[in-house]
Design a protein around this ligand. Structure first.
Ligand code: ATP
Length: 353
């Protein structure tokens, strides 16, 4: 197991050259992530029919108190083997505390926890070898080259992955001879992943892998995480980004103030909130008022007219019919489904943290 010490520090995956084709990127075609999620879900469904599913992680009624403060307040969590689960929550929601308990670095107050069949508090060394951890931050030994660091790390395991292959997997093969202090930020994050993977873990914890990344580095990191999934690893990913969770995870668990507030696929989560469609446009002051039955409201701050509806097709039809008949132009007409960010904000609203 790789652990780089201290309170979790920032360790972000990324870099320029590791590209895994992810999308067919043609309208109407599902994404590659979508397809492989579908295949894995089907396989899991078949396995369920054959016999009980063995869980990589099983947590029941987990509590963690820091003195009088309750950081984790009765969390239940199940992650199947080969599943990518995203653990979402605001700052201070209790993600890191929960993950550290699962990794065996923090002693829980109460509750049951099984990770790869063991209680992390008493798990043997062989268990630790089956777990890879990529922290939010890390600082590799500056005098070593990237290749030396990965070879050295491999030496700690009884049956490691081939270090050369691991460097290739994370896109670091061409930088293997570079001293780690000379690696770019993105390359260092690739190295972090290589160090976590060289032990050939079954379960990988990724803590906020793309926080602080620019958009293209985030996309590249997603490619690496998808590569992990394709290797059949179970991945528990913490993130603040709903789009990241949607892109990478089979299921999402949202926590707020130490409790699970929602769980399921991105679609399941959207269905749990009032996910109405918003039709909006920027009316001219001289325009006729739309029929009151459409329920249009004008935002006084922006001057934008909007209609929130569950039946967007019918409402849009009525609105455009009215506009055509009265000669109103409906400038900046827009029809928008709520983003997952909106869904997340609704789910965590009122939790405080
Ligand atoms: P972030 O997204 O900011 O990393 P998080 O969801 O990971 O947040 P935690 O780090 O688990 O949240 O913290 C949960 C709560 O517990 C926070 O209010 C935090 O201040 C508190 N906390 C965490 N560690 C300790 C500690 N060692 N002693 C006291 N309180 C702590």
């Amino acid at each position: 197991m790789q652990y780089l010490g201290g309170r979790r520090s920032r360790n972000i995956l990324g870099g320029r050259h590791f590209v895994v084709a992810r999308r067919l990127d043609r309208p109407g075609f599902p994404t590659r992530a979508c397809l492989s999620a579908l295949v894995r879900a089907t396989v899991r469904e078949l396995l369920r029919k054959v016999g009980p599913v063995t869980l990589a992680i099983a947590v029941h009624d987990l509590h963690m108190h820091y003195g009088d403060f309750t950081a984790v307040d009765g969390i239940d969590l199940e992650v199947e083997h080969g599943e990518v689960l995203a653990f979402l929550g605001s700052n201070g929601a209790g993600k890191t505390t929960t993950i550290e308990i699962l990794e065996g670095f923090r002693k829980r107050t109460s509750g049951t926890v099984e990770v790869l069949g063991f209680d992390p508090e008493v798990a043997p060394l062989s268990w630790r070898e089956r777990i890879g951890i990529v922290l939010q931050e890390s600082e590799p030994v500056p005098e070593l080259t990237a290749g030396e660091a990965v070879f050295m790390q491999a030496g700690y395991y009884t049956s490691p992955r081939d270090p050369v292959e691991t460097l290739e997997l994370v896109g670091l093969a061409t930088s293997a001879d570079q001293r780690t202090r000379k690696l770019s930020g993105g390359q260092k994050r690739r190295l972090d992943l290589a160090l976590a993977l060289v032990g050939d873990p079954d379960l990988v914890f990724l803590d906020e892998p793309t926080t602080g990344f620019d958009p293209s580095a985030r996309r590249e990191s997603w490619g690496m995480i998808e590569a992990l999934r394709d290797l059949g690893k179970t991945v528990l990913l913490t993130t603040h980004y709903m789009d990241e969770a949607e892109q990478l995870a089979d299921r999402i668990v949202v926590i707020g103030a130490g409790k699970v507030v929602a769980r399921g696929t991105a679609d399941d989560l959207a269905a749990q909130v009032n996910a109405t469609t918003r039709i909006s446009w920027r009316p001219k002051l001289t325009d006729a008022q739309p029929p009151s039955g459409l329920g249009a409201q004008i935002d006084p701050a922006t001057g934008i007219a909007r209609i929130d509806t569950d039946d967007s097709l019918v409402v849009l039809h009525q609105l455009t019919n009215w506009a055509t008949e009265t000669g109103v132009q409906l400038p900046e007409l827009n029809v928008a489904r709520p983003t997952l960010e909106d869904v997340y904000l609704q789910l965590t609203e009122g939790t405080g943290r």
